[in-house]
Design a protein around this ligand. Structure first.
Ligand SMILES: *Cc1c(COP(=O)(O)O)cnc(C)c1O
Length: 447
């Protein structure tokens, strides 16, 4: 309520405004800089990124295009990204808000390849395109189908196999069926690190299939991509280097402050074919500020763009890719520790195998309806401020979900989370910590 004021017409004092920030904003953040924030998949940020954001704001660079050093920094970040993923030197890319937009851009490139450049003029009328992914796909992939005008119905959700990976047998059958029905399969989207369980699709298998069937192979590697920097996890992503495009975030596992997502396209000519246009007021020259063709605006929907690349560039230069890889490994080790303790605790149940950094489990020692109870446990922990897990469904069961992304998280944080889950489960179930049932009327009181 205090934030709601009329438009401030008169000048105010910077000191008072900073005071308002400290009083009204800073204490009430979601908390993803905290080591026990494990909800959704959110990065922890880093101090070099803080400095980079201030430097970027000072330069106030506009990276839509033109010939200046900030654009070269972004190109360097794209080259590093291509190197990280094993992509060739033909790769182009662009930094965007996040993987949601990066997935949309890749989908539009694939669409233009499938329908020809004419689609950009003529539109999609009567299109027969069909895309394929698994039900574990992120919702932004459905939104991308919607926003690209293809419709979410044109996205086939191929069932998962027993390892929570897209079933290649079902994928092949669906593509065959759609071709027989006169439709035009054009795109398969693999996931490297699903939001629900952190599972990684068989990227090599999908790549081979897409090659045989002449389909575009895109990988949503929003957080998973950074596992390429960890020798222990890298083999899980085998096949990503064969993708036509990859979308991922620096603001998750690379610890870069929000927002910083990235799309890479293996064949830069195809990338530009989906976005480049010519208008007189953005005409390119070979000298002067209008040089430096192609421009980032040729690779995505934005014209004016901020200097996101600086915080990525500085984070990699100061900490080094090896250190970021060690953080990935550390998060995965902590996830294994969490899973092992869940399996030791008789009141808890592990709901899926741990591939990377996501652990899904639930409190089961209760006579209550478990889906509701586990939702309430997660909310209680969030409100308590002790730790932040989120929730999801795994095989139809409501799971408490911890995604360990933050470089500050330690083994002690894992133990505090689990102790708090067990305590909340017992309390919400009406038991004291010694296992005695409380009077339901007093069950809500603090112990
Ligand atoms: C986080 C995430 C997204 C969305 O990325 P944003 O950066 O939030 O736009 C997409 N896919 C997966 C697998 C994710 O984890």
């Amino acid at each position: 309520a205090e934030l709601k004021t009329p438009l401030p017409h008169a000048a105010g004092s910077l000191a008072d405004t900073y005071g308002d920030f400290q009083r009204l904003v800073q204490p009430y953040i979601a908390g993803n800089i905290h080591p026990r924030f494990m909800g959704w998949v959110q990065g922890g940020g880093n101090p070099v990124g803080v400095l980079a954001e201030m430097l970027a704001a000072t330069l106030n660079a506009n990276l839509g295009g033109r010939d200046h050093a900030p654009i070269e920094v972004e190109r360097e970040v794209i080259r590093w990204s291509a190197e990280m993923l094993g992509f060739p030197t033909t790769t182009t890319g662009v930094l965007v808000t996040g993987t949601s937009v990066a997935n949309l851009i890749a989908l539009l490139v694939a669409r233009t390849q499938a329908m020809g450049a004419g689609v950009r003029k003529e539109g999609l009328a009567g299109h027969k395109l069909v895309a394929y992914t698994s039900p574990a796909t992120h919702n932004c992939v459905l939104r991308a189908m919607d926003m690209a005008g293809l419709g979410t119905q044109a996205l086939r959700l191929i069932p998962l196999d027993e390892h929570h990976k897209i079933s290649l047998v079902e994928l092949a059958a669906a593509v065959r069926r759609d071709r027989e029905a006169g439709l035009q399969p054009f795109l398969v989207i693999g996931t490297a690190g699903t939001v629900d369980t952190g599972a990684v699709d068989d990227l090599t298998g999908i790549a081979r299939f897409c090659q045989q069937e002449s389909l575009w192979f895109h990988v949503d590697a929003a957080f998973g991509a950074l596992a390429m920097l960890s020798p222990a996890q890298r083999p899980l992503l085998a096949g990503i280097e064969a993708a036509d495009s990859v979308a991922f975030d620096f603001h998750k596992w690379a610890q870069v402050p929000y927002d910083a997502g990235c799309v890479l396209v293996r064949d830069g000519v195809k990338h530009a074919a989906a976005f480049a246009t010519h208008v007189n007021y953005l005409h390119r020259e070979t000298r002067g500020l209008a040089a430096g063709h192609p421009w980032p605006t040729d690779y995505g929907p934005d014209l004016s763009r901020g200097f996101r690349a600086l915080k990525v560039w500085m984070t990699f230069k100061v900490y080094g890719a090896d250190k970021l890889g060690q953080i990935v490994a550390q998060c995965c080790d902590l996830a294994q520790r969490l899973a092992a303790r869940v399996e030791r605790e008789p009141e808890l149940e592990l709901l899926s195998a741990v591939t990377l950094n996501v652990v899904c489990f639930r409190f089961t020692a209760s006579s209550q309806e478990l889906d509701r109870l586990n939702t309430d446990i997660a909310i209680d922990l969030q409100e308590s401020g002790i730790a932040v897990p989120s929730t999801t469904k795994v095989d139809g069961k409501q799971a408490i979900r911890a995604a360990i992304v933050n470089h500050r998280t330690t083994a002690e944080d894992i133990d505090i989370l689990l102790d708090a889950v067990i305590a909340a489960g017992r309390r919400l179930d009406g038991y004291t910590s010694t296992g005695n049932r409380l009077n339901p009327a007093t069950a809500d009181e603090p112990q």
